[in-house]
Design a binder for this molecule. Structure first.
Ligand code: TMP
Length: 217
């Protein structure tokens, strides 16, 4: 089975641009690639996404937020991720279970054991083989994300961009702790570089991973 690769990081870390670049590159190398994201990736999970990210939903309580992420994930895994992996595709997913540990765990302060159980319920045996963590200063990432919202004139998402710097600092620290706990799965990328520099680093990591783990050329 080809790998399941996830991309994680705080807001504005440049993940999406890099995923698109990697998809083009891997397809050029002849791989079948499925690009997806959480929350979302399929119709029902996209509907849940709009509830989760709409800036007007300030009344959403943390436990409801956690359950909605889990619901979106259960649908997405069964409908998209698992079938793609079974069909021999490389799956590149923008955020997955680690985001719930970082955002709902470190960010909101919800119980980690409970989150792990819900992640297990939603994702089953579907676990990332490689996780690229985009790390950069919170002020830089949030600045980029808030500017993007203004540039795109899109007011349908952005609930998390309105959270405090401290909230996002906890998430960044949470992600780095997850990476330190599982160094064989995580690769931490310095995302405070040019897109070209970041892309070169990712290419090297993924090429090496595909060679070592799958014996692919
Ligand atoms: P993004 O797709 O633009 O990265 O937005 C997704 C947002 O949802 C982002 O702020 C992180 C947040 N999130 C969680 O809080 N928990 C989760 O489990 C996931 C997947 C995302």
């Amino acid at each position: 089975m080809l790998p399941f690769i996830t991309f994680e990081g705080i807001e504005g870390s440049g993940k999406t641009t890099q995923i698109q670049q990697l998809v083009r590159q891997l397809r050029h190398q002849g791989y079948q690639v499925r690009q997806t994201r959480e929350p979302g990736g399929c119709r029902i999970a996209d509907q849940i996404r709009s509830i989760l990210l709409h800036p007007d939903n300030t009344a959403l309580v943390s436990r409801a937020e956690l359950l909605l992420y889990a619901a979106a994930r259960a649908q997405h895994v069964e409908e998209i991720v698992q079938p793609a992996l079974s069909a021999g595709e490389i799956v590149l997913c923008d955020r997955f279970t680690d985001a719930t540990l970082a955002y709902q765990g470190d960010g909101r302060g919800l119980d980690r054991n409970l989150i792990t159980q819900l992640n297990q319920l939603a994702a089953g045996n579907c676990r990332p083989n490689l996780t690229l963590l985009f790390d950069l200063p919170v002020a830089v990432g949030l600045g980029r994300a808030r500017q993007r919202e203004v540039d795109q004139q899109d007011s349908s998402e952005g609930r998390f961009e309105r959270e405090t710097l401290e909230f996002h600092e906890r998430i960044k620290a949470g992600y780095l702790a997850l990476a330190a706990a599982e160094p064989e799965r995580f690769q931490v990328i310095n995302a405070d570089q040019t897109p070209e520099q970041i892309s070169r680093q990712i290419t090297a990591i993924v090429d090496n991973f595909l060679q070592v783990k799958t014996g692919a050329a």
